[in-house]
Design a protein. Structure first.
Length: 217
């Protein structure tokens, strides 16, 4: 499933409540929230590839029910979510249309078959799919992909590609943004006040955000 599992089992991650992680997550979730997928706070949300809770900690405050799924038991053990499930992104242990929202961040570009994973996310979603992936057109992201083997997938991560897959799965794009210069693991805390100024929509932003809603004929 994941191209280099050992990298994720041994890599040290910042805690979800870290100052830098919060600065990375919150602007993105505020944009997603404006797209209406969380409703009035009663939505059921599945966080696929949830890891140690980078987004789950903040999704939980916006969702009625949050389930965090990851292939790594080690990462799940560090995740503060109440409901956690070990699951393969290609074969999730849930019924069809189980969740109002199926969410992923920084997972697809690590997979050898992201289209298959998105198809599985679509199966589990009643209404929305939300993606947050690196933007290959950001120079720092592209350079990082050349240096770090496990990040090679960034070279194929861009807005039009993810849009095309979602549309192929019969989801309408209801929100899209390319934004940010803060990364949850690599940004020094002292740089956050300066880099917050890049939390707007621009072509060279580090991350692509897409919100897709199931098409209704």
């Amino acid at each position: 499933m994941v191209e280099d599992k050992r990298y994720f089992e041994t890599h040290k991650y910042r805690d979800p409540d870290d100052y830098v992680v919060r600065a990375f997550v919150e602007p993105k979730l505020r944009f997603i929230e404006k797209c209406g997928c969380f409703g009035q706070g009663g939505a059921s949300v599945l966080d696929v590839g949830a890891g140690n809770g980078t987004f789950g900690m903040y999704l939980g405050a916006r969702a009625g029910t949050l389930v965090c799924a990851d292939y790594s038991m080690q990462l799940l053990s560090d995740n503060p979510a109440m409901l956690k499930v070990r699951g393969d992104a290609y074969d999730m242990p849930f019924f069809d249309k189980k969740f109002d929202v199926v969410f992923e961040a920084n997972l697809l570009h690590h997979l050898d078959d992201p289209h298959r994973a998105l198809k599985e996310m679509a199966r589990c979603s009643r209404d929305y799919i939300v993606l947050i992936e690196p933007n290959r057109y950001n120079p720092l992201m592209f350079l990082f992909s050349l240096i770090v083997r496990s990040e090679r997938g960034v070279q194929m991560s861009y807005k039009k590609r993810w849009e095309a897959i979602l549309k192929d799965l019969k989801f309408d794009i209801v929100g899209t943004m390319v934004t940010g210069m803060i990364t949850q693991q690599n940004t020094p805390a002292c740089m956050v006040p300066l880099l917050r100024h890049f939390d707007f929509n621009f072509f060279l932003g580090e991350y692509v955000i897409l919100v897709g809603k199931r098409h209704v004929d």
